[in-house]
Design a protein around this ligand. Structure first.
Ligand code: SAH
Length: 349
C-alpha cells in the first residue's frame, strides 16, 4: 500500500520496522495529511537518511495539476490532475456561504453506464487509491490556500464500486490527526448498489448518502440506468430506509430531469407516491446535455412544476444550483477526454 493511504497505526508499524522512534509516524503523518507536503524534502525535521530512503521506496501521491479552469459565473473551479500512471482525473471546487466544497472523483472512468452521463462513456479504467482521492483535496487546498470543509464524492466514478478504498479515504479524511473533516460534511453519491449501500449503513458513519434515483419506477429507470436491471426501485428504497434507520441520517435523492422523459406530472406524482413518509430530501438537477447523448434538459416551467408537485405532497425538495456549464464542470460533464480542452486553451484546437 502507498504511504499516504496508510492509517497512522499502520504507519507506526512501518516506522517501528524501520527502527525509527515512536514519534516518527505522527510527524510523518502530519507532514502528509495536515501540512500537505508535496515532497519528503520539505519534511525538514525528519532525518535526511530516512527522507532519502522513503523518497526512493515510497513515493508520495502528488498528482500534477494539468489545468485549472475558473468559471466566470461564480468562481467555481474545475481541476484536471494527472496521476502517477498518466491517467487524468477531474475535481471541482465550489465556494458556498457555509464553506468550501470539493467534488472528487472516485474512479478513472466508470462502468455503471448511465445513459445521460459523460463519465461512463469510456468505461472503467481503474479504481482510485485512497491517497488519490485525498490528494485531489490536498492539491486544491494548496492551490486555493483555503480550507475545504465539505467533500462530495460525486465526480467521475461510482464510489460504492470502489468500496474499500472509499472507506479508507473517509477514515483518513476525518481522522483527527489529519485534515479532520467532519463526517457530517461528507456526501457519497451512488447510483444504487444496494448491498454496498446496506454495508455502508452498517459502518454507522455520520456521512450523507445521496442516491441517484432519476425515475420513479423500474421500467423507466432501466431505460436510463443499467444498474436498475440488478436492483429494483423497491429494493433501493428499502436500503435507503435501512440507511436512515441505522445511521439516523436523512437520505438525499438526486433526480436529474430530462425533457419529456422523466419530468412529466405523472412522474412527479409517482415519485411523490413512493417517497411519501420517508425522511428524505429530493435534489432536482436539470440535466446537463452531453453531446454524445440524445437527452435534453427539461424546460424551466416543467422543473418548477415538478418541484411544486412534490412540495404539495409534503416532500422536501430543492433545485440544484446551476453549476458552471461554461467550464463543463456540471454533473455528468466530467470526462476523461481532456486533450481537446487543453488544446483549445493552448489555442491549438
Ligand atoms: N456514480 C455516482 C456519483 C457520480 S454522478 C452516482 O451515480 O450517484 C453524480 C450525480 O450526477 C448523479 O446523480 C448522476 O446521476 C448525475 N448526473 C450524471 N450525468 C448527469 C447529467 N448529464 N446531468 C445531470 N446530472 C447528471
Amino acid at each position: 500500500m502507498d504511504i499516504m493511504s496508510m492509517t497512522i497505526e499502520e504507519l507506526s508499524e512501518q516506522m517501528a520496522a524501520e527502527g525509527q522512534p515512536k514519534f516518527r509516524a505522527k510527524q510523518l503523518y502530519e507532514w502528509m495529511h495536515v501540512r500537505l507536503a508535496e515532497s519528503y524534502d520539505a519534511m525538514t525535521d525528519l532525518p535526511k537518511t530516512l527522507r532519502e530512503k522513503l523518497a526512493a521506496e515510497r513515493p508520495l501521491t502528488v498528482p500534477s495539476k494539468v489545468v485549472m479552469m475558473e468559471s466566470g459565473e461564480d468562481g467555481t473551479r474545475k481541476y484536471l490532475f494527472r496521476l502517477a500512471d498518466g491517467n487524468v482525473i477531474e475535481s471541482v471546487w465550489m465556494r458556498y456561504h457555509h464553506g468550501n466544497s470539493v467534488c472528487i472523483s472516485s474512479q478513472v472512468g466508470c462502468r455503471m453506464g448511465c445513459k445521460f452521463c459523460a463519465s461512463t462513456i469510456g468505461g472503467l479504467v481503474r479504481n482510485l487509491e485512497p491517497s488519490e482521492m485525498l490528494s485531489q483535496i490536498y492539491a486544491i487546498t494548496r492551490d486555493t490556500g483555503e480550507r475545504v470543509s465539505n467533500v462530495v464524492v460525486m465526480g467521475t466514478g461510482e464510489p460504492l464500486d470502489n468500496y474499500d478504498n472509499l472507506l479508507r479515504f473517509i477514515r483518513l479524511l476525518t481522522d483527527e490527526n489529519g485534515l479532520n473533516v467532519s463526517q457530517r460534511n461528507i456526501t457519497v453519491s451512488t447510483c444504487g448498489l444496494v448491498p454496498k449501500l446496506r454495508a455502508l449503513a452498517d459502518e454507522k458513519l455520520a456521512i450523507t448518502a445521496a442516491i441517484s434515483l432519476h425515475a420513479p419506477n423500474d421500467a423507466l429507470r432501466r431505460e436510463l440506468m443499467p444498474v436498475a436491471n440488478s436492483f429494483s426501485v423497491k429494493e433501493l428504497l428499502e436500503a435507503a430506509e435501512y440507511y436512515t434507520r441505522t445511521t439516523g441520517r436523512r437520505i438525499t435523492y438526486e433526480y436529474s430531469l430530462i425533457d419529456g422523459v422523466n419530468d412529466t406530472p405523472a412522474c412527479a406524482r409517482e415519485l411523490a407516491g413512493i417517497l411519501r413518509g420517508q425522511n428524505c430530501h429530493v435534489n432536482l438537477i436539470p440535466i446537463n446535455p452531453v453531446k454524445e447523448r440524445r437527452y435534453g434538459r427539461s424546460l424551466v416551467t416543467n422543473v418548477l412544476q415538478f418541484q411544486k408537485m412534490l412540495e404539495n405532497e409534503g416532500i422536501n425538495v430543492t433545485i440544484r444550483r446551476e453549476l458552471d456549464s461554461d467550464i463543463d464542470a456540471a454533473c455528468g460533464q466530467l470526462r476523461r477526454h481532456y486533450e481537446a480542452q487543453i488544446g483549445a486553451e493552448g489555442g491549438e484546437g
